[in-house]
Design a protein around this ligand. Structure first.
Ligand SMILES: Cc1cc2nc3c(=O)[nH]c(=O)nc-3n(C[C@H](O)[C@H](O)[C@H](O)COP(=O)(O)O)c2cc1C
Ligand code: SF4
Ligand code: SF4
Length: 264
């Protein structure tokens, strides 16, 4: 038995949580796969596949959808879904369930973990949720991992595991996920502070949607841009800004408190 968890993490919270899951699963080895960098995995080698992403405007990121769509059709291969979120998860888990199930996987477990915010407008507004997850949320996360581990043990014993339908609660289910154009519009036009930009290319390299070209300073292609704020969060010189946000609210890597809680 071997597993794989395919993740998309803009600032590292989801990656860290996946590493924590993998570390605490005792019954099988699970590989970690970055869907932005690593292409498409050969799933034939794996008995279970995890799909993990962060909440991006009340749903899973567009990039997770394109990744799942590219996978070959499956015949009931067991899977689990997971997401991190900073404030309200919306339908993230339910939509992940829908996409993954449509590919022929059988979802057997899923969980949403509350973490600090990576969305600059929330951080700038003093709602960075640096303390998340709470003790209760951490206990729930650990219970999810124990239950998943138990299911993996049963799978290894050749037992049939029932499909588990993901539910997200009434409030989350009432909130509609943002469209791609709304996300882009919400971020708005991006500008470069020429005095701060050192033409290092980090933004071009990290843009998950290939919307930046260096010439020699970054040029943004607004048709391709998804408004994911990765360029803003990761510019080492804080040279990228929008009309409303400049020099504030960055989240380039997991908060120290989260690193402490999810020590691997
Ligand atoms: C563009 C963007 C949109 C986001 N939208 C939401 C949201 O709708 N609800 C929420 O709870 N968190 C939202 N977040 C916060 C992230 O989901 C959360 O901080 C997550 O843990 C980040 O994971 P990562 O570090 O793996 O990218 C958003 C973050 C970004 C960058
Ligand atoms: S990451 Fe920042 S400093 Fe580097 S090229 Fe992009 S805008 Fe310039
Ligand atoms: S240009 Fe910036 S905000 Fe737009 S998709 Fe690329 S990294 Fe995200």
């Amino acid at each position: 038995m071997r597993g794989i968890v395919c993740y998309y993490s803009g600032s590292g919270n989801t990656k860290l949580a996946c590493q924590y899951i993998v570390k605490n699963i005792k019954h099988i080895e699970i590989d970690i796969f970055n869907i932005v960098k690593d292409g498409i995995p050969d799933l034939r080698k794996y008995n279970i596949v995890g799909f993990a992403a962060f909440t991006d405007f009340l749903g899973p990121p567009y990039l997770a959808q394109t990744f799942i769509e590219k996978l070959p059709q499956q015949d009931n291969k067991p899977a689990f879904v997971f997401n991190t979120y900073g404030f309200i998860s919306g339908k993230t888990l339910k939509i992940l369930d829908k996409w993954v199930t449509a590919k022929g996987f059988k979802i057997i477990a899923g969980h949403s973990l509350h973490t600090p915010e990576s969305y600059p407008p929330m951080i700038a507004g003093g709602r960075g949720n640096e303390q998340a997850p709470s003790k209760k949320e951490m206990n729930e996360f650990n219970s999810f991992i124990s239950e998943l581990d138990q299911l993996l043990y049963f799978l290894g014993e050749g037992k049939e595991i029932q499909r588990k339908k993901m539910s997200v609660g009434l409030l989350n289910s009432l909130l509609p996920a943002f469209s791609r154009s709304k996300a882009r519009k919400d971020m708005g036009e991006k500008y470069i502070d020429d005095t701060l930009c050192k033409e290092c290319g980090t933004c071009e390299k990290l843009c998950p949607y290939e919307a930046i070209k260096l010439n020699p300073k970054p040029i943004f292609n607004m048709t391709k841009c998804y408004g994911c704020w990765a360029c803003y969060n990761h510019c080492p010189n804080k040279a990228i800004y929008t009309k409303k946000y400049r020099g504030i609210g960055y989240y380039p890597k997991p908060h120290n408190q989260l690193m402490e809680k999810l020590k691997v």
